[in-house]
Design a protein around this ligand. Sequence first.
Ligand code: PXP
Length: 239
Amino acid sequence: MTQLAINVDHVATLRQARGIDEPDPVLAAGICELAGAVGIVIHLREDRRHAQDRDVKLLRQTVKTKLNLEMGATEEMVGIALDIKPDMVTLVPEKRQELTTEGGLDVVGQVDRLTGVIDRLGKGGIPVSLFIDPDSAQIQASREVKATFVEIHTGRYCDAVSDEEQNREFDLIAKAVDEAFYAGLRVNAGHGLNYVNTARIAALDKIEELSIGHAVMARAIFVGLDQAVREMRALIPGS
Ligand code: PXP
């Protein structure tokens, strides 16, 4: 049963473009929940260019479903997570110049460090998800570092320019979802999903949640946020 979590970063991005206090991602999160989202995701970046600390603190107080804090695996962010106690953390790679998260986390290359971070967050009662490419080695390493979830990166499937390439990327995702699930990991997925390409991914029923931001916020400009969330839910059978 796949459900929908909404990433509200883009509301913060629009606010930061003006450097004032609206639109407010906290208000957006409430509307998404009322429209049936089962979780709210926000990415607190090291440089704070979109979400602010204030957003995460207020969301912790107001989100009624589940707050998923997306962050880099840095000392500063681990401290903030342990203080704020989101319902879960998703660890992502973070590069200063990127427009959005570009690739999956290299779990294979940092097993020791991630084991330590996941252990500390776990002792604070926070389950951890690792945002990874649909790759067997990354899945096995995610199990080794004792992640609770993986979030399979759907970006290359979404960016594919031909049916052939999209089918190939879809097959990789489908295989990765199965492998992670049978390895005992809980499975989420996301990045780049929109109103055209989501249904096929949502039909993979071992995925618990899809994390979707940009497409929903883009549609919300024209139809309103409540309707944009409901229209996305309609594409996801379990939501
Ligand atoms: N999952 C992760 C780990 C992300 O970094 C993002 C983008 O912030 C998303 C999902 C959502 O991607 P999109 O905004 O393209 O729907």
